[in-house]
Design a protein around this ligand. Structure first.
Ligand SMILES: [Zn+2]
Length: 296
């Protein structure tokens, strides 16, 4: 039997017994959730999500691709609309530059937070959004103040998603919703590619949900999944070429530089690889006490 020091407990069930999988990841022996077991050092998250994250580290240039992000977020807004009445209060956790909130305020009252200082500055100064630079766990919110939370490609980054879900369950009224997107490690592509799957990059991605482990994690906090789908996304040609040829390299590849120089980088291409999951979950009447206690 292999012995492994697991320092992070499973956000899906609270246990710490996990089996090594690949590339430092482990799989929870109780609920099957796959995760990165090392806890981040103090300040490590802030360093990971410095300005470079959105311009060179993970995204080639998030801000200049915003027309593509906007069209994705318009589709996201339409997908969320049946579950959140117009005029409701929507709070985005991990709102980045506020591109989604800027679209969503056509329909809802919006607020958000992010730990990335530059992204928050842009959200406030360029869009005039009510966005604060803070960890969501430190944001004071009263019970019933928010009708819906959204986390787009965020839950996999969180140090302790169980604490976030517990707080959302505390704040939301019965019937309130949590909507989120994340990679699906149970998808055909993820299973086929194994450790080479593009979503696997610890320690920015810490949690690797499947449809089943995500559903169980949400249920643990009193949320019932009411809608889920593998969603498509448009990506700029510049971002696609950058991801394929330049991610993690010292400088962008020749192909990427040619792409930018020719103006082709802005071209937007729709693509569904069926490995990105969107879920809408509704808060049931009362989360169970056991669950709330174990997440405290
Ligand atoms: Zn577990």
């Amino acid at each position: 039997m292999s012995i492994m020091l697991v320092r992070r407990s499973c956000a899906g069930c609270g246990e710490t017994d996990a089996a090594p999988l690949f590339r430092e990841l482990v799989s929870c022996r109780k609920c099957g959730l796959i995760y990165y077991p090392r806890l981040l050092e103090p300040g490590e998250a802030e360093r990971l999500y410095s300005d470079e994250y959105f311009a060179g580290a993970e995204y080639f240039d998030y801000w200049s691709d915003r027309a593509t992000h906007e069209s994705n977020f318009r589709r996201r807004m339409r997908q969320l609309s049946p579950w959140l009445p117009e005029g409701s209060h929507l709070y985005e956790v991990g709102c980045s530059y506020g591109v989604f909130l800027n679209v969503a305020r056509e329909r809802w009252r919006v607020q958000g937070c992010d730990i990335a200082a530059e992204a928050c500055r842009v959200a406030v100064e360029q869009f005039g959004l009510d966005v604060r630079r803070a960890d969501f766990l430190d944001v004071p919110l009263k019970r019933g103040e928010v009708d819906g939370f959204c986390l787009w490609d965020t839950i996999e980054h969180l140090d302790a998603p169980d604490k976030y879900l517990a707080k959302m369950a505390e704040v939301l009224p019965p019937g309130g919703v949590v909507a989120l997107t994340t990679g699906d490690i149970g998808s055909w592509l993820a299973r086929k590619q194994g450790e080479r799957w593009r979503q696997i990059h610890p320690p920015t991605h810490l949690w690797y949900f499947s449809e089943a482990t995500l559903r169980r994690t949400l249920e643990r906090f009193g949320f019932e999944v009411v809608w889920s789908a593998h969603i498509g996304m448009s990506r700029s040609l510049g971002q696609i070429v950058y991801s394929l040829t330049s991610l993690g390299k010292a400088r962008p590849s020749l192909l990427h530089r040619l792409c930018v120089g020719s103006g082709l980088a802005r071209l937007s291409l729709p693509l569904n690889t069926f490995d990105l999951l969107m879920v809408v979950a509704r808060r049931s009447a009362e989360p169970s006490n056991t669950v709330r206690r174990s997440a405290a």
